[in-house]
Design a protein around this ligand. Structure first.
Ligand code: A2H
Length: 257
């Protein structure tokens, strides 16, 4: 965790179809009628969004559906994030937090969402052990090509779908997508470093912290985009441009904490 405020990009993953458990929670709820609901994920790596393969929630975390500054859009995030957003012009009026539904993370598993820029037309909401209630929105978008944490978690889910109470097909055919090339780790940095360091699970926390640091720095300083409108451009150059495009096209919002 940094000492100063973090400039996040909050990616809006539109809910295409809620899981049956989530549908049961929302049944008869008049406040959501005719509205679009977005699971909103805070990221520091907007340039990697081409590689989203799924979305993560913490199974025991509490989430709410909140009104936003747009009448037809609702955000599914933690209450803590909704409070912060209410002071960043993202709620109906400054400081106003209006919750229209409650969820526990496990009810959302199996929900299908549209992840902006991803090569996959829809992706699933899946469980991750380490999602913190105290950071971002409590929703984490997963980019296994460039995030060792995401890659290790996806490996766990692929190996043990029953243990994690998911259907194998929610992740089995979603492979990491090359987004960034670096001289050190090639075009799939997270799978490469996890193999090198023999990281096998999201439980390998000490090793993952080292891997995360190494690929984050290498990607930022030495990475070149290999996908999208800025293919061939350095990450440092592409990152702010992709962030701004996502914001301008209403697929993301800026968020600090
Ligand atoms: B990052 P920092 Cl490709 N709990 O996005 C746990 N992790 C969370 C979180 C939460 N509540 N909210 C956000 N995050 C993750 C992409 C990514 C990220 C890549 C590579 C590295 C990386 C795709 N996942 O983060 O402590 C989000 O994952 C490595 C630092 O505020 C977010 O960016 O620095 C990052 O952690 C924010 O972590």
């Amino acid at each position: 965790e940094g000492v100063g405020p973090q400039d996040y990009t909050c990616i809006k993953l539109k809910v295409l179809e809620f899981s049956p458990e989530a549908q049961a929670v929302l049944a008869g709820n008049k406040d959501i009628e005719g509205k679009q609901i977005f699971m909103v994920a805070a990221t520091l790596r907007p340039e990697t969004m081409y590689g989203q393969t799924n979305c993560f929630v913490g199974v025991d975390l509490k989430y709410g559906v909140f009104k936003t500054n747009k009448a037809d859009e609702l955000f599914l995030i933690t209450e803590r994030a909704a409070r912060n957003m209410a002071y960043q012009n993202l709620s109906p009026s400054t400081g106003e937090v209006v919750k229209v539904a409650d969820f526990v993370g496990r009810q959302l598993i199996g929900t299908q969402v549209k992840a902006p820029l991803s090569s996959y037309p829809s992706v699933y909401v899946l469980p991750m052990d380490g999602v913190l209630a105290t950071k971002g929105t409590g929703v984490v978008t997963s980019v296994p090509s460039d995030s060792p944490d995401d890659y290790a978690t996806v490996m766990d889910l692929k190996k043990k779908p029953d243990y994690y109470k998911i259907k194998a097909e929610w992740i089995a055919s979603y492979e990491p997508i090359p987004i960034i090339n670096t001289p050190t780790y090639g075009n799939l940095a997270a799978p490469t470093i996890c193999a090198q360091m023999k990281i096998n699970s999201q439980k390998d926390k000490t090793q993952l912290a080292l891997a995360k640091e190494a690929v984050y720095k290498d990607g930022f300083y030495n990475g070149v985009m290999v996908i999208g409108d800025y293919s061939g451009k350095p990450v440092q150059e592409a990152k702010p441009l992709i962030r701004q495009t996502l914001i301008d096209t209403n697929q993301a919002v800026p968020y600090n904490e």
